[in-house]
Design a protein around this ligand. Structure first.
Ligand code: AHZ
Length: 299
């Protein structure tokens, strides 16, 4: 048998009948032929082409939790011309937004952030001052699918941001100019292996949405302190829903030139309260971060 031409797409319309015809095969279901190397090459060429192309991005968003995803959706909607690169350390994007709180599935969103649910087409129950989505995963999976469907958004998961690129301009002003990345499993092994150098992605705007402190969280806020660009962290304060949500949204901003913070990372940077399991501020902060980025890019 002649070897299969490796880069040829052998799947024709005739060889892929409608999915609901599966039953009619009566034990004789067959797939279009494939060679293992085709599968490898199909993934490798796309992944590394993407890395090559996105080594220079317009905006990098770090962290694909509720704030980072809301930001990516808004920015990609407002600016389809921008190359937006979303980096997520975990294999599974979504951060803490797969559950509503305390391992329970319903997700609470205070008004007026419920408008975003209508924008992305997620149903909810109206409880007056707030709404409830029946399962947080419905919100996160819908938002994630909409973000990934945007032609100008690329998401690289299992990719940790290990450092910030910080340039100095002629006035001596420090400016964030991109990020330093590594595959997360590599990043987690820096203490066990010698010298596994990282990669870089340059971008005039970096939006950090890495959540509050944790194994990975508050990454950029902490790095600003260790890099001498901020004296000390404000540290996240105790839970107060009423104070926390507006504080996070209203303080969403460019904290040093080129770096915008959004979501719960801001609580560590500024010393805001936490809100617990209400997600309106994550949505509104993400949307505001997109507008801040838009202003920087347009100026
Ligand atoms: O994996 C992290 C998560 O998906 C990712 N991340 C963290 N550090 C990273 C790094 N490189 C790449 N160095 C990184 N990715 O960032 C994402 C953060 O998502 P999150 O859900 O933790 O944060 P958020 O600010 O989007 O949402 C916070 C939700 C919370 S916490 C809270 C409370 O504690 O009171 N209340 C709410 C609503």
């Amino acid at each position: 048998m002649a070897p299969i031409a490796l880069d040829k797409n052998l799947c024709t319309e005739e060889s892929s009948p409608k999915y609901d015809l599966v039953e009619n095969y009566e034990g004789n279901y067959r797939f279009a032929p494939i060679e293992e190397a085709q599968v490898s090459r199909a993934m490798i060429k796309r992944y590394f082409n993407t890395m090559y192309e996105r080594a220079v991005s317009d905006v990098v968003i770090v962290g694909a939790g509720s704030a980072g995803l809301s930001c990516a959706y808004q920015l990609a909607t407002m600016h389809p011309e921008l190359k937006i690169t979303l980096l997520e350390a975990s294999v599974a994007p979504g951060g803490g937004a797969w559950l509503g709180g305390q391992l329970m599935s319903p997700m609470v969103i205070r008004k007026p952030a419920d408008g975003f649910l209508r924008e992305i087409g997620v149903d909810y129950e109206d409880e007056g001052a707030f709404v409830v989505v029946k399962h947080a995963a419905l919100f996160t999976s819908t938002l994630l699918s909409k973000v990934l469907a945007k032609p100008n958004v690329v998401m690289m998961n299992a990719t940790a941001v290990e450092d910030l690129i910080i340039h100095e301009d002629f006035r001596g002003e420090q400016r964030v100019a991109g990020v330093v990345t590594n595959w997360t499993l590599v990043a987690l092994n820096h203490d066990t292996q010698s010298c596994m150098d990282p990669n870089t992605i340059t971008a005039p705007v970096v939006i950090s949405a890495t959540g509050h402190d944790g194994p990975m969280g508050a990454f950029s806020a902490k790095r600003l302190v260790s890099a001498g660009l901020k004296k000390e962290l404000g540290n996240m304060r105790g839970l107060d829903m009423s104070r926390a949500e507006p504080a996070i949204v209203n303080s969403t901003r460019e904290v040093i030139p080129g770096l915008i913070l959004t979501g719960m990372e801001l609580s560590e940077h500024d010393g805001c309260n936490r809100m617990g399991p209400t997600f309106g501020a994550m949505i509104a902060s993400g949307i505001k971060a997109a507008h801040v980025a838009s202003g920087i890019i347009g100026s």
